[in-house]
Ligand binder design. Structure first.
Ligand SMILES: [Mg+2]
Length: 336
């Protein structure tokens, strides 16, 4: 049992803290989905809206030399758009709260703001306001409001027997992050992928509108970490086939574990009932990206397992990226 009053956040960890906090937050009038999913879902009059927020903090999430101010602004917006995609929604309005060191050139802040506004416009949304404050380090906190679909995808809809799918490929952004740490000006595809996430808005909306996804999450913390969030919310386990997980050749050559544990890909991880597989196959060409079957949902008792081609299980950690480096849930070191 945690003693939150005494422990620091570094000792407690992000996920342990949230597991204590979230049950204490009572729903209010119009709250359809409260905290704990990719977005909250609220009813306003006859409309249903998605609400999400995410911050980028200098030296926690990025170094200024890794990208242009415009790219940084785009990234701050796009990681939020990915959470809207994970519910099957459409971005509409965003706010930017920026904390800025006094030494930051004004033209750089202007480029950041224009990057947010440009990325918002490209996805059908508008930057409608925000806040500007002085801060010790640069931080950008975007709040994004989206149109909700009739039945937003949630993390808690997976059932044993569902198939597990992922869009695109995994591990490239984590590889890009490693390259940028060595060479801030790297221009290879992996570095570009880290700088510019591609929220899967078209795929997310279609998978939800056609009721293909029974549960969905965006892969921001790493495949195994985000799969663990789905499994915990749904009360299920999962078996992932290690050879089926799509990853670019550069990732395999560097470290295949990046595809399982690396964050920042902003692909969609979703589950599909067996009876919906044929519909998914018919719609593949309309999703705007590849989708790959990587495993199956199992009963909760199985836990989350990664198996190789011979059916041998690799020990995995069910831990996602914890901003405070909180305690591991499993003593075993993660492997593919
Ligand atoms: Mg998310």
């Amino acid at each position: 049992m945690l003693t939150l009053s005494a422990a620091t956040m570094g000792e407690t960890g992000e996920f342990a803290f949230l597991s204590e906090l979230l049950p204490k937050l009572a729903g209010g009038r119009g709250v359809l989905v409260g905290p704990g999913d990719d977005c909250a879902v609220v009813a306003v009059g006859t409309r249903r809206l998605l609400l999400t927020t995410d911050a980028l903090v200098e030296r926690v999430h990025f170094e200024r030399r890794w990208m242009t101010p415009h790219q940084l602004g785009r990234r701050a917006y796009l990681v939020n758009a990915s959470d809207i995609a994970a519910m099957g929604g459409r971005p509409r309005f965003c706010l930017l709260s920026a904390g800025v060191p006094a030494s930051l050139p004004a033209r750089e802040l202007m480029q950041i703001e224009r990057g947010v506004a440009a990325a918002a416009q490209e996805t059908g949304a508008a930057l409608v306001g925000g806040n500007l404050t002085r801060a010790a380090r640069l931080f950008l906190s975007v709040t994004l409001i989206g149109d909700a679909p009739r039945r937003p995808a949630r993390r808690d809809g997976a059932r044993p027997g569902d198939f597990l799918f992922v869009t695109g490929a995994l591990g490239e952004a984590a590889l890009g992050l490693r390259r940028l740490r060595r060479d801030a000006r790297a221009t290879d595809p992996a570095a570009r992928r880290f700088r510019e996430p591609l929220p899967r808005l078209t795929a997310g909306a279609l998978l939800v509108e056609r009721r293909i996804a029974s549960a969905m999450i965006d892969v921001s913390d790493g495949l195994l970490g985000d799969l663990a969030h789905v499994c915990a919310a749904s009360g299920v386990g999962a078996e992932v086939s290690s050879s089926a997980v799509p990853r670019p050749p550069g990732v395999d050559a560097f470290d295949p574990a990046l595809a399982f544990e690396g964050g920042d890909d902003y692909e969609l991880l979703f589950t599909v009932r067996p009876r919906q597989l044929a519909l998914l196959d018919r719609l593949r060409s309309k999703l705007g990206c590849a989708v790959t079957r990587i495993g199956r949902i199992t009963p909760r008792a199985t836990g989350v397992r990664v198996v190789d081609r011979d059916g041998r299980a690799h020990p995995v950690s069910a831990r996602g990226h914890d901003h405070f480096g909180g305690p591991r849930r499993s003593p075993s070191r993660s492997r593919r």
